[in-house]
Unconditional design. Structure first.
Lengths: 274, 306
């Protein structure tokens, strides 16, 4: 084992100092969200003298965050379910096939990671409008499923390729069909990478701003980032309210991230190997 | 026992022609939404780039007119230059710094797990929200960043981080690095974890120091990972939109206009009639530029390796 040296201590101090660069803005964000308007105008960076918790209740009601949370949750969960089911099913085949066509399909999916898909927004807008989906939850769920499938397939396929083939094949030898082998053996083994798929896609879908602004703007189905932005526009000088709404908006993703973070590294490790 | 294994290999290996049908049946549910909601719209974009279309009336075919206009559009090429500067500036800091941080985590520091979580924190924030937060942070009057700098006496007068042309691009690069470095570090760290521990240990036995181990063992073995991580960073930065839109919106006076904020104006500028044909031509050009830079990067890398 490596010895603990003064240099290691110096390194640790540096690493902690760097982490302050990440923590400090978050601290300011939270502390401002709890200050009264006069105290914010004074401009001090210390902790709030009295906790102005009314910022939170005002932000919650003023930005109608309750409804927005419901919309965001529904869209995120439905998109994740579609991505997990469709992505893992496709990868079961893509990771094991030796046919040319199968390999071509894999490349086709990889293409989706490189192409700039913000651009798909406009042609899709027309498609959604013509098919009457504009402004509905469906427009968002279908868009995110199509958009994020390449990355999901990339992660699942990498993980499956790094996994010994024998696991799923033992079931096939015993006479199970591919469907059964997938459902009973392979899918449960995919748990760690599914954690990665959930956290990375959830962060993306929950935080996305441009798409819901264009597809849902002005309807009752608006998601959290859109609602926050309109709120920020209205209360631009009341930073206490603005930052309280921002803290509320990031809280769900933060909790999800802390719960699933161990899967992130595991997922990357296998993804990079594959 | 051997026979069973052989039988297993004979039956179970991969996919048979007959079974391929099952395979494609499993692939199809994913392929359809991907084709319809991702690839097809991109194909449409290519089609619109040869049309004059405002999004309301019928489009009309205009051949290469849009592309000729792209070639003559000085503002566009300024935005391309800014995008390339922005990307180069970010990568020049981000890659060495995240490699160093990842290596520190790899050699082991106390509380590494907690620190990694903190570094990764900005990634959880939406780029749009990062834009709002730093818009407040970097304000010239009363912004916390200037308060601190003045408080410890580094600067005499407040710095105009976002309103001055030179500063704005640097601020954007800094905030971009802040938001991105955690995930880059994490990717490098995950890559280092795949390096066999024996190699590191035997190097230590032979008396290699931390730096020598990094230079002669970790860096070469990490190369496949580095190649992909840097490529993804290049592509991601060239495609920047959200952060730039909310932090500077291309200002002041176009000093931080990047490719995607510029072409967005022709799609969705609320005050003007959309020029979707022209925006599509810009978008196609932007994609080609991203492609050229990516290929050039891989070429240079291959040359440097051999």
């Amino acid at each position: 084992m490596r010895r603990y040296r003064p240099r290691t201590f110096g390194l640790e101090l540096t690493m902690i100092a760097v982490s302050l660069l990440f923590l400090f803005p978050v601290y300011v964000l939270v502390s401002l969200s709890l200050k009264s308007p006069p105290e914010i105008n004074e401009g001090g960076l210390g902790p709030p003298s009295t906790l102005q918790t009314s910022n939170y209740s005002e932000a919650w009601e003023g930005a109608t965050l309750g409804a927005a949370f419901f919309n965001s949750t529904l869209i995120t969960v439905a998109s994740l379910l579609a991505l997990i089911v469709l992505g893992s099913l496709a990868s079961y085949f893509l990771a094991r096939t030796r046919s040319r066509l199968g390999y071509g399909m894999f490349i086709l999916f990889l293409l989706g990671i490189i192409l700039p898909f913000q651009l798909a927004l406009v042609p899709l807008y027309k498609l959604m409008k013509d098919s009457g989906l504009l402004g509905t939850y469906w427009s968002m769920i279908l868009f995110y499923t199509g958009l994020q499938l390449p990355f999901t397939v990339f992660l699942y396929t990498g993980f499956l390729r790094a996994m010994p083939r024998e696991y799923g094949e033992a079931a096939l030898v015993d006479g199970a069909s591919h469907w059964q082998s997938f459902r009973r053996i392979t899918f449960p083994l995919l748990r760690p990478i599914t954690g990665t798929v959930i956290i990375l896609n959830a962060v993306f879908v929950w935080n996305d701003f441009l798409t819901p602004l264009i597809y849902l703007g002005g309807t009752a189905n608006e998601t959290v980032p859109v609602v926050i932005f309109q709120f920020v526009g209205q209360y631009v000088s009341e930073w206490g309210l603005v930052f309280a709404s921002v803290v509320l908006a990031i809280l769900p993703v933060l909790v999800l991230f802390l719960l699933l973070q161990k899967y992130v590294i595991k997922g990357f490790e296998s993804g990079l190997k594959g | 026992m051997v026979e069973i294994k052989r039988a297993a290999r004979a039956r179970g290996r991969g996919w048979r022609r007959k079974e391929d049908l099952t395979g494609y049946a499993m692939l199809l549910p994913a392929l359809i939404p991907y084709l319809v909601f991702a690839l097809l719209p991109i194909a449409w974009l290519l089609y619109y780039s040869f049309q004059d279309w405002n999004g309301f009336t019928d489009p009309s075919f205009t051949g290469l007119d849009n592309y000729e206009r792209v070639a003559r559009d000085d503002q566009w090429w300024d935005a391309v230059t800014t995008t390339l500067l922005f990307t180069a500036g970010r990568l020049a800091v981000e890659v060495p710094l995240s490699l160093a941080l990842a290596y520190a985590f790899f050699r082991g520091v106390r509380g590494g797990g907690v620190l990694r979580t903190l570094y990764f924190l900005p990634h959880v924030l939406s780029p749009a929200i990062v834009g709002i937060i730093f818009g407040f942070f970097l304000r010239e009057v009363g912004g916390p960043a200037n308060k601190i700098l003045e408080g410890i006496g580094i600067v005499g007068a407040p710095i105009n981080f976002l309103g001055d042309a030179g500063n704005a691009l640097l601020s954007l690069i800094g905030v971009g690095i802040w938001a991105q470095i955690g995930i880059t570090t994490l990717l490098f760290f995950a890559g280092m974890l795949t390096i066999p521990r024996d190699l590191i240990d035997s190097a230590a036995v032979e008396g290699a120091g931390d730096f020598a181990t990094f230079r002669y063992i970790v860096l070469p073995l990490l190369m496949p990972v580095t190649r992909i991580v840097v490529l993804l960073s290049i592509i991601g930065t060239l495609r920047s939109f959200d952060l730039v839109k909310t932090l500077t919106d291309g200002g002041p006076a176009g000093a931080t206009e990047v490719m995607f904020t510029y072409l967005y104006r022709f799609f969705f500028e609320p005050s003007a009639v959309p020029q979707i044909g022209y925006a599509a031509a810009l978008a196609v050009t932007a994609s080609v530029i991203v492609g050229i830079v990516s290929v050039a990067y891989l070429r240079v890398l291959r040359k440097a390796e051999s």
